[in-house]
Design a binder for this molecule. Structure first.
Ligand SMILES: [Zn+2]
Length: 100
């Protein structure tokens, strides 16, 4: 069993989560060229090692998380609210979305 840390729910089984994808900054579609937009939509780095990814806790708090996960060992070294900066830890007292 693989446990993933949710900032709000604590360590939970990986089956409760949905993998969303590697974190990548979204280019502005109005100003970017087609090749850059295509790369953003279809190409992934797929690294062997540490990767920053977005996950969705679908069977828990139903929030999006940003995790740093080792793709070979599944070790997780950080987990925070998606969209939060690495310096600011997730704050369970300030819900993202807030529609629960
Ligand atoms: Zn959760």
């Amino acid at each position: 069993m693989i446990l993933l840390p949710c900032p709000w729910c604590g360590p939970r089984d990986a089956g409760e989560f949905r993998y969303v994808g590697e974190s990548a900054s979204r280019p502005d579609p109005r100003t970017t060229d087609p090749a850059t937009w295509r790369d953003y939509l279809y190409f992934r780095d797929n690294p062997l090692g540490w990767a920053t990814e977005t996950w969705y806790h679908r069977a828990g708090c139903r929030r999006y998380l940003r995790m740093e996960r080792h793709t070979e060992t599944n070790e997780v070294r950080s987990s925070r609210q998606a969209g939060a900066s690495p310096a600011s830890p997730a704050s369970p007292a300030s819900p993202a979305g807030g529609n629960r």
